[in-house]
Structures are given as structure tokens and as C-alpha cells.
Design a protein around this ligand. Structure first.
Ligand code: GDP
Ligand code: IMO
Ligand code: MG
Length: 429
């Protein structure tokens, strides 16, 4: 039986439109999987006039009858999970097909509190601009081996024992370092116990389920959250998230092996955005940036923050295409560039001393000082939101697509021409 395991990852700083691409690709998928990150993600799907933002659940949840998995690599906020699932179930979705790994870590209330306190302590100039969802502190506990896993919520004795020890340590932090009141055991334990009861029906051996699905020749879609430039190892550290957001994270986060993978789909937005702090060489503080934000509706799907906007950065994209081992590209939001006038594309960074570099620097700190070197490409004024095929697109839009394909040496097989599921050009996806 031939394998079909697609891995979809973001190529920039997140919000490339991964949710929409998963949804578009989904008709043909049997198993949808989230494998890293947590409720810091905001993946938007617009279908049949309805807009749904997924934070924890895979963006394939709208398709009836398909298996959706939350893998071991995730950090799961139980409250968020229960809210998100009940919203969907109220819309008539079937709960039987959702499986949660017992090994996923639990984002506890103290993680969210610590996330905020740490950001405050970093202060202006050093803060990361996190989503406040407790992601960093939860992954810290995972790696320091003082985390709670989903399976720990299912056994009251284990939960009590582990939480007693964990809270002792956390309360030292809250009282001595952050001048806060200590947390009362019952206020944390009681809700956690209830979350365990509510999540228990979903808990399953997700690795084994996936293994079987792959071996049975089912079509699997692994949905990355965040994106390569936010990767804990390979991103613009420390202005990153706390998980492995580039392709490699899919294996540790699911228990699949690298041999299982058949294709990497890199999702590239036709321009660049970033939310939160950190270097962004092509950020545009003028009219172009403002126009991209307005026309592209560039406001965070999780926090509502305005996204920082700028032109496409080919230096960054070459790096992330390499890092992710992209086989194909889904190019999103091409419609937003219509009416922008000439389009700029960054092909190099100019350093303080006038030298130009065309490859991603190892010291990403310098990215906040480099000047982008632009090539100018002709734009188009036509509204492309109704275009159904590549041939329907204005010549300059086609040239822009060809330019990116050539520069990244990777075929663009899906083109986004609007936010709706139907506004997509399939070019051999
Ligand atoms: P994700 O985090 O990568 O899933 O992306 P988000 O959902 O956070 O942000 C992408 C935004 O762009 C959402 O509001 C989508 O509805 C919207 N979107 C996705 N693809 C397109 C497209 O091709 N054109 C337009 N205009 N909007 C799109
Ligand atoms: P999706 O999946 C864009 C950013 C935050 C912050 C940094 C660390 O929708 O693309 P965290 O809360 O993860 O500790 O914040 O990462 N960030 C995202 N930016 N899209 C996301 O997810 C993001 N998830 C986290 O803004 O700069
Ligand atoms: Mg998003």
C-alpha cells in the first residue's frame, strides 16, 4: 500500500494561511494531525460563509467523519480544548473522531500566569510579545521533567501527588521571585481533576492510531503551527516560540518516522507579516505596510494584535525552504497585492559596512540592523479574487509566481486568491 503523508508547515513568521490550505486540501484527507505548539496558534477557515478560528484542533475538523489527532508534541490548555470542542459539537460535529495523546503536556493556569509575569519582567526592549497562552513555561516544565501530561489528569492519585510537588516549586517562584500570592492547592487541583474527566473519552494511543493509518495507506495531513522563522532552534532566537516549528518537529511530535513522510508543503504568504517582537528586515512602516495590513486584514487571529507587515523576503524564504525541505509551495493571499502598485521583493541584506549578504545569517541579531535590498517587479490592479485558473491571472501576477518559483526552485501548486475555501487556484496540488 503506498503511503501518503503530507506535512504542511509555515515558511515565514506564522499566519501564512495554513488553516485555509489545510481546509482546502482536506476533502481528500483521512487523518488530520496537530503535533506541536498549543493555543498560541490561530488558524482561520472560511467555508460556506462561516468563519472558524482553530487554536488547538486541526483545521480539518469541519470535514465530517475524518479522524483528527492531537499528538504528543502539543501543549494542551484543557479549558481551551473543551471550549473549542463544545463550540464545534454545538455546530453538529461528531466527537467520536477526535483523539488526544496521553503524552501531550497540559498547559496549567500557572503557566499562563508565568508567561505574563516573565513578559512583564523582561520589560520593553526585551519582551518577546508572546500570545500569553502559557506556551513557553509549559515547554520549560516538559523539558525540566516537571510537567503534567494529559495522562496525569486521568488518575486522581497521580495528579494529587505530582501537583503537590509541582506547586511547592511554583509557589516559591510566585512568592519569592514575583512577589505574588501562593496558589492554593485545591484551586488548581479541583479544576484539573474535572478537566481530566472531561478529556478522558478522547485519550487514545495516537502514535499507534497514526501508525496504522499510515500502514493502511490512508492520507494523513500533519498541520504545523507557527512557522520556520519562529522555530526554537532555527528561528530568530530569542524572538521565537518554544517548539520545533519547522518540518523536523513533526516526527517527535507524533511518533511517526522520517521515512513515513511523502511530501512537505510549505505555505508562503505573498508578502511578509510578523506579530510580536523580533527582527523583521522587510517591515514597512509607511503606506505600503499600512495598505497590506488593511487589505490583508492583518490582525492576529489569537490576540487581535495588528500584524507588522512588509514585502516578501527571499533571503528568509530560501532559508526556510531549505530548512523545511519543501517539495511544493502553497502561495497565499496573492489577491492582497492587487492595486499595490509596483511590488518589491527583498533579495539581499545590506550590512552597516555596505557589504551585502544573500544568505540567512547565523547571528540573527543582525537582522534588526540590516537594510533590505529590493528588486522591483511590476504589479497589477485587477481583482483576482474570482480567478479560477492560473491562465485567468493578470500577466504580472503570473510573473510574480514564476519569479518566486524560480528563486526557491520549488513549484507553486496552490494559489490563494481570497479567504474563502473556494478562492483557490489548484495548479497540480
Ligand atoms: P494561519 O495561522 O497560517 O492559519 O493563518 P491565519 O488564519 O492566522 O491568518 C491568515 C488570514 O488570511 C486569515 O484571516 C485567513 O482567512 C486569510 N486568508 C488565507 N488565505 C487567504 C487568501 O488567499 N487571500 C486572502 N485575502 N485571505 C486569505
Ligand atoms: P499560527 O499557527 C504568528 C509568536 C508570538 C510571539 C512568539 C512567541 O497562527 O501561525 P508564544 O506565545 O508562542 O510563546 O509567542 O511567537 N507566535 C505567532 N505568531 N502566528 C502564530 O501561530 C504564532 N504563535 C506564536 O506573537 O512573537
Ligand atoms: Mg494564525
Amino acid at each position: 500500500m503506498s503511503k501518503r503523508v503530507d506535512l504542511l508547515v509555515g515558511a515565514q513568521w506564522g499566519d501564512e494561511g495554513k488553516g485555509k490550505v489545510v481546509d482546502v486540501a482536506g476533502a481528500d484527507v483521512d487523518v488530520f494531525v496537530r503535533y506541536q505548539g498549543g493555543a498560541n496558534a490561530g488558524h482561520t477557515v472560511i467555508a460556506d460563509g462561516q468563519k472558524i478560528v482553530f487554536h488547538l484542533l486541526p483545521s480539518g475538523m469541519l470535514y465530517p467523519g475524518k479522524l483528527c489527532i492531537l499528538g504528543n508534541g502539543l501543549v494542551i490548555d484543557p479549558e481551551q480544548f473543551l471550549n473549542e470542542t463544545s463550540d464545534l459539537f454545538n455546530r453538529g460535529q461528531d466527537r467520536a473522531r477526535l483523539a488526544v495523546s496521553p503524552h501531550a503536556h497540559v498547559v496549567m493556569p500557572y503557566h499562563k500566569m508565568l508567561d505574563k509575569l516573565q513578559e512583564e519582567a523582561r520589560g520593553k526592549g526585551r519582551k518577546i510579545g508572546t500570545t500569553g497562552r502559557g506556551i513557553g513555561p509549559c515547554y520549560v516544565d516538559k523539558y525540566s521533567r516537571s510537567g503534567l501530561r494529559i495522562q496525569d489528569l486521568l488518575d486522581e492519585n497521580i495528579l494529587r501527588e505530582r501537583l503537590t510537588y509541582i506547586l511547592e516549586e511554583k509557589n516559591q517562584l510566585f512568592t519569592k521571585l514575583y512577589n505574588q500570592k501562593p496558589l492554593a492547592f485545591d484551586e488548581i487541583y479541583e479544576p484539573a481533576r474535572k478537566w481530566g474527566n472531561a478529556i478522558a473519552p478522547y485519550v487514545d494511543d495516537t502514535r499507534a492510531l497514526l501508525r496504522k493509518a499510515v500502514d493502511d495507506g490512508q492520507h494523513i495531513l500533519l498541520e504545523g503551527a507557527q512557522a520556520a522563522l519562529l522555530d526554537i532552534d532555527h528561528g530568530t532566537y530569542p524572538y521565537v516560540t518554544s517548539s520545533s516549528t519547522s518540518a523536523a518537529g513533526a516526527f517527535t511530535g507524533t511518533g511517526l518516522s522520517p521515512h513515513d513522510l511523502t511530501r512537505v508543503i510549505s505555505v508562503v504568504k505573498a508578502y511578509t507579516t510578523r506579530v510580536g517582537e523580533g527582527p523583521f528586515p522587510t517591515e514597512d512602516f509607511g503606506e505600503a505596510g499600512e495598505k497590506l495590513r488593511t487589505n490583508g486584514g492583518e490582525f492576529g487571529a489569537t490576540t487581535g494584535r495588528p500584524r507588522r507587515c512588509g514585502w516578501l523576503d527571499m533571503v528568509a524564504l530560501k532559508y526556510s525552504t531549505e530548512l523545511n525541505g519543501a517539495d511544493v509551495i502553497a502561495l497565499t493571499k496573492l489577491d492582497v497585492l492587487g492595486g499595490m502598485g509596483d511590488i518589491k521583493v527583498c533579495t539581499a541584506y545590506e550590512l552597516d559596512n555596505g557589504d551585502k549578504i544573500t544568505t540567512w545569517p547565523t547571528d540573527t541579531g543582525i537582522l534588526s540592523e540590516v537594510k533590505p535590498v529590493y528588486e522591483t517587479l511590476p504589479g497589477w490592479n485587477d481583482d483576482i479574487s474570482g480567478c479560477k485558473s492560473f491562465d485567468d491571472l493578470p500577466e504580472n501576477a503570473k510573473s510574480y509566481i514564476n519569479y518566486i518559483e524560480r528563486a526557491l526552485n520549488t513549484p507553486i501548486v496552490l494559489i490563494g486568491t481570497g479567504a474563502d475555501r473556494t478562492q483557490t487556484i489548484n495548479r497540480g496540488f
